[in-house]
Design a binder for this molecule. Structure first.
Ligand SMILES: *[C@@H]1O[C@H](CO)[C@@H](O)[C@H](O)[C@H]1NC(C)=O
Ligand SMILES: *[C@@H]1O[C@H](CO)[C@@H](O)[C@H](O)[C@H]1NC(C)=O
Ligand SMILES: *[C@@H]1O[C@H](CO)[C@@H](O)[C@H](O)[C@H]1NC(C)=O
Ligand SMILES: *[C@@H]1O[C@H](CO)[C@@H](O)[C@H](O)[C@H]1NC(C)=O
Ligand SMILES: *[C@@H]1O[C@H](CO)[C@@H](O)[C@H](O)[C@H]1NC(C)=O
Ligand SMILES: *[C@@H]1O[C@H](CO)[C@@H](O)[C@H](O)[C@H]1NC(C)=O
Length: 576
């Protein structure tokens, strides 16, 4: 697209010479170090998962007297703590094979062991073998057969890996290819600040601020915080961020906080070396939009690197903190199919637990429309492919729009309905309204391709095409729901800023609030476009919630006045 390359050119002029990057990190070597010992997750049954979910729904319900009364680490963990006899049964089973587990969750329900393949085979009467995972080159293990001994069966939530192995988490944000201009259509409720003319060519932080009425003044609250997940050796470069701010946030005159890095599972930490695409995008659209909100890049390394190991470890890392970040944004996902529902349900409960601590958990919905992560994915039996964790009812899933005048559904925006998680109460009428409006008949190409009873996603969306970033000193536009997720995270963090300054708790788990207030109260309804995939046109965006753009794109001021009806907007500075 000519417009997009114009934006690249103007950014290029601002890039300057950079010393040659250090030799590439030897991450294959890192992985090989862990091959001899096969990592396994042993998850014990929690004692009160109903209590956990009921509590999360209660404290996330704006009508409840307990709204935003978040739990301490110990209170949250108490629901997931296994019964003493479960711990006893499992540890003595492992002890028979001279295996001592590491307890890796604060509740004690998640254990990890590193064992030779022969030991894993003995433990589970299995025949594990190692294989190299497609795409990442990482070593993974899989068995064709296994049996959980009777004595421990009632105590185990899941053992992982067994017959199914999750792929490494993926983010498919792509450099922009030329596309047809978005279709014209009417956008409702479009009382927005005047957009800079250049936003038609490409999206910068200034455009996002104008689109969603966001404040530009630096935040001040030291307790505010955003955590940004990184997997697959993704790392942002600090100099890229500085150039990005210099070029695209010219309004910032003083210095603002850069980001810090936490490393788990041997995650890379060098912010002076070459930057990678996803991490650069995620940091530039958090630090660059949630101005001066403390931001941490949590770098999850290859030690337990598949979609289950890495996803579990980062949540347990945050659950172990006394004050976990009020916002966690993740631009990676795995397909919902092809991995045991018991594993996904437990991972989903870990998100519920973090939600009770007060964290808004945001995940990108994927870039393949109804095909899930990637438009090139093949759809087994021609069925739509939902993405995880977006289908977990305890996270907020973020899809994409494109274009600014009007803003229409992103053709790539993944969305649909879970085959594992039933539709949650907070969403059931929104999803049902959509299904009614769709009035699918047998000759409709969507007929029979998705599960009408499942948790529907995404929940919300923001702009996600032609997003300007700087990587390795070079400006380039990218697209993806992985751009939309940090943008939405920044809006939540800026609302949290106002709440924290007023002595109130942050927003926490968002969905019950967002669905209860509905599209009109907070969102710009996106009613044009669709998300093709699996040889179909995908779902159409329709008035109200839809499985392409969710409830719509956010309006900071309206979201703020929803939670702080008497807030003064004098601290906000909508300056374009
Ligand atoms: C589970 O948690 C709920 C909510 O806190 C509580 O009312 C219930 O007593 C708990 N049940 C058990 C068995 O601990
Ligand atoms: C594992 O056992 C199954 C069933 O006995 C067999 O079909 C399969 O070939 C075995 N796989 C390996 C890697 O030994
Ligand atoms: C940044 O530079 C490194 C080293 O030259 C390279 O491996 C990497 O692909 C570059 N990243 C992007 C997004 O261009
Ligand atoms: C449809 O989703 C429900 C959960 O809402 C699940 O129990 C059921 O197995 C799913 N059906 C199929 C065919 O996947
Ligand atoms: C559903 O049917 C009604 C009445 O026939 C029609 O007006 C509407 O456009 C249809 N909706 C969709 C999404 O096709
Ligand atoms: C907002 O202000 C109105 C009028 O001053 C007052 O009645 C109401 O209680 C206030 N609401 C909150 C949440 O402070």
């Amino acid at each position: 697209m000519i417009a997009a390359s114009l934006l690249v050119l103007s950014l290029l002029q601002l890039s300057f010479g950079r010393p040659a990057p250090a030799s590439p990190r030897d991450f294959i070597g890192d992985i090989l170090d862990h091959v001899a010992q096969m990592p396994m997750v042993i998850a014990l049954n929690p004692n009160n998962k109903t209590g956990l979910v009921d509590t999360l729904m209660d404290i996330s319900d704006p009508a409840s007297p307990n709204y935003r009364k978040f739990l301490s680490k110990e209170e949250a963990a108490s629901f997931m703590t296994p019964a003493p006899e479960s711990v006893q049964a499992v540890t003595s089973w492992l002890a028979k094979y001279n295996v001592t587990p590491d307890v890796v969750s604060p509740a004690g329900d998640i254990m990890r062991i590193h064992v030779p393949i022969a030991t894993a085979n003995a433990l589970l009467s299995a025949n594990y073998s190692a294989f190299v995972q497609e795409g990442t080159g990482a070593t993974a293990h899989k068995t064709d057969v296994y049996a959980i001994p009777e004595a421990v069966q009632p105590h185990l939530a899941f053992v992982y890996p067994t017959t199914q192995v999750a792929p490494a988490p993926r983010s498919r944000k792509t450099p922009v290819k030329p596309v047809a201009p978005p279709k014209r259509g009417k956008r409702t409720l479009s009382k927005r600040a005047v957009l800079p003319a250049t936003c038609v060519d490409g999206i910068s932080p200034t455009c996002v601020q104008a689109l969603y009425n966001m404040p530009t003044a630096p935040a001040t609250n030291p307790n505010n915080h955003i955590a940004v997940s990184g997997f697959l050796n993704e790392i942002p470069n600090l100099q890229d961020l500085n150039e990005f701010l210099f070029a695209l946030r010219k309004d910032i005159t003083g210095s603002i906080q850069p980001f810090s890095v936490d490393s788990i599972d041997g995650g890379v930490t060098d912010t002076q070396g070459p930057g990678t695409l996803e991490a650069s995008l995620d940091i530039q659209y958090t630090v660059g939009l949630a101005t001066n909100v403390p931001t941490t890049f949590v770098s999850v390394g290859p030690n337990n690197q598949d979609g289950v190991g890495g996803f579990l470890d980062i949540i347990n890392f945050l659950l172990a903190q006394d004050s976990p970040p009020p916002v966690l944004t993740t631009s990676f996902s795995i397909p919902e199919g092809g991995i045991g529902p018991d594993v996904l349900e437990n991972l989903c409960l870990a998100y519920a637990q973090l939600g009770t601590r007060g964290t808004s958990i945001l995940f990108a919905s994927g870039d393949g429309g109804v095909a899930g992560q990637d438009p090139l994915d093949t759809c087994p039996d021609d069925l739509f492919l939902p993405t995880f964790p977006s289908t977990c009812p305890y996270v907020t899933s973020v899809g994409s729009t494109e274009g600014v005048a009007p803003e229409v559904a992103g053709t790539f925006s993944a969305g649909g309905f879970s085959n594992i998680f039933p539709v949650p109460d907070y969403q059931s009428s929104a999803a049902q309204n959509y299904l009614n409006a769709l009035n699918i008949s047998s000759d409709n190409p969507l007929s029979g391709k998705f599960n009408t009873t499942g948790r529907a996603f995404p929940d919300v969306s923001t702009t996600g095409r032609d997003i300007a970033i700087i990587v390795n000193g070079t400006g380039q536009p990218v697209l993806g729901t992985s751009a939309s997720t940090p943008i939405f995270a920044s809006i939540v963090a800026l609302v949290n800023e106002q709440l924290l300054n007023a002595g109130q708790p942050p927003l926490g788990f968002l969905n019950p609030l967002l669905y209860a207030s509905g599209t009109a109260a907070v969102f710009n309804d996106i009613v044009v476009g669709n998300n093709p995939g699996c040889g179909t046109p995908g779902f159409p965006a329709l008035p109200g919630w839809d499985p392409v753009t969710g409830l719509g794109t956010p309006d900071f001021l309206r979201l703020l006045s929803l939670v702080m009806p008497n807030s003064s907007t004098s601290t906000t500075n909508i300056g374009i």
